[in-house]
Design a protein around this ligand. Structure first.
Ligand SMILES: *Cc1c(COP(=O)(O)O)cnc(C)c1O
Length: 426
């Protein structure tokens, strides 16, 4: 007998919960799972507990919502900001000083001014920003970090992981050496090194390999400049298994291997305590958010289409990168996957498809679908094309209650920046 394919992944919402959500709030809606977020943050801290100075600076851009930031703050995280408004949000949540990393690029002066006012650790993206920052602030902060771009290909084993030589970020090695020398002359006293070489990596090898590279670079920096690096920032990039056949990163193994790199390289070179920092976004939030959407129409032409009330304006990743997001039809979790559909939104763009040729159970109008793993870079990348409005965000609390953490946009929000008579502003 041929085994029937069924959906192996379960969302954190079941049909009853989803229907109670939909009875109270309009779909589409982004829902976050407090229990999942907290448990994962605790796991990360446990895996990195060997490092006294460990700090995860959550990448605000992934899920810019103060309620989410506050939750992570309660779990001991700081924030990584990259723009003026992200800094404003971080400040409003109560982040200050060393709890803020400012990792921006092509940075305007006003952003540096606000970052400095908040006491954030500024992570410079470019050699020329040293002079720019000094001119903007009239000084160089005592604590400062530089972003390193080694160029070429980033290879682990025989596998090319990514292509830093084509990436716009960071200092070259020569600039880095000169840069630390110059920063020291200008009064900096505490130095960090940062690098972000691979995005969405589910390889257990990525962080350890990056840690090794940065540890060796720290030694070279000390040899050539006398500057001693005291914090190493592995930035973001740990991925999640969007596809059901993918495996998740073993964060404890990653922690042990980063520790081994620190001890064997920095320890052997006689470095004191070097703090480990991360700026994870996706890993912290993606699996703990989903997009709940209702089926509006079925369409049968040259293919079978399922039209839902969400569109790429609510979740851009599939349209933008062809990214896979798993889909569950609620109430049909155990039904055979014996239909093939394209699941589409209603934008006037043919790339507005959440899934193409996806095996799913039979779908009828009114079904509720969960689009998985939208907790990071989901709502955040939303936009208003075709006059579409951004959805609400809802937090499913640990006690099972629901907290609206962002209301849905209305047409008044959409028209708010236009001064034209007759547009509904209320
Ligand atoms: C986007 C970004 C992150 C977070 O990346 P993830 O892939 O979500 O982990 C961290 N740091 C910087 C500087 C970024 O630009």
């Amino acid at each position: 007998m041929i085994k029937k394919k069924v959906n192996v992944r379960r969302p954190f919402l079941d049909l009853a919960t989803a229907e109670s959500i939909a009875a109270e709030f309009p779909t589409p809606i982004h829902v976050y799972d407090e229990a999942g977020i907290r448990a994962n943050a605790r796991r990360l801290h446990e895996a990195m507990a060997w490092n006294k100075g460990f700090k995860e600076y959550f990448a605000v851009k992934a899920t810019p919502n103060p309620y989410i930031l506050n939750l992570l703050k309660e779990e001991g995280c700081g924030v990584d900001c990259s723009s003026y408004t992200e800094l404003q949000m971080a400040a409003a949540v109560g982040f200050r000083g060393e709890d803020i990393m400012f990792s921006s690029n092509v940075t305007p002066a006003e952003d540096y001014l606000l970052a400095a006012e908040l006491g954030a650790t500024i992570n410079l993206d470019d050699y020329t920003h040293i002079d720019f920052l000094a001119a903007t602030l009239g000084r160089i902060p005592k604590r400062i970090s530089c972003r390193f771009n080694p160029g070429g290909h980033f290879v682990i084993g025989n596998e090319i992981m990514d292509n830093p030589g084509e990436a716009k970020y960071g200092f070259t090695l020569e600039q880095l050496i000169d840069g630390y020398r110059k920063l020291k002359e200008l009064g900096a006293e505490e130095f960090g090194i940062h690098s972000f070489l691979v995005s969405n990596s589910t390889s257990d090898e990525y962080y350890p390999a990056l840690a090794e590279l940065l540890c060796r670079t720290a030694i070279q920096v000390r040899e050539e400049t006398g500057v001693e690096i005291s914090f190493i920032n592995l930035s973001g990039g740990i991925g999640i298994p969007y596809r059901p056949e993918q495996e998740e990163v073993d964060i404890f193994k990653v922690g042990r291997e980063v520790q081994a790199a620190f001890e064997s390289i920095l320890g052997a070179a006689g470095f004191g305590e070097v703090a480990l920092n991360t700026e994870l976004g996706r890993y912290m939030l993606a699996p703990y958010g989903c997009l709940l959407t209702r089926v509006l129409h079925l369409k049968h032409i040259h293919k079978e289409y399922v039209g839902v009330d969400a569109c790429a304006a609510n979740l851009m990743r599939p349209a933008m990168y062809g990214a896979y997001h798993h889909i569950t039809v609620l109430g049909k979790e155990d039904a055979p996957l014996d239909h093939v559909y394209d699941v589409t939104g209603g934008l006037c763009e043919n790339n507005d498809k959440f899934a193409i040729n996806r095996e799913l159970p039979q779908i009828v109008p009114g079904d509720l679908l969960v689009i998985h793993d939208t907790g990071a870079h989901g709502f955040a990348m939303g936009y208003n094309y075709n006059g579409r409005l951004r959805s609400a965000e809802l937090l499913l609390r640990e006690d099972g209650s629901l907290q609206l953490i962002r209301r849905a946009e209305t047409s008044a929000d959409y028209f708010a920046t236009l001064d034209w008579p007759g547009l509904p502003l209320r």
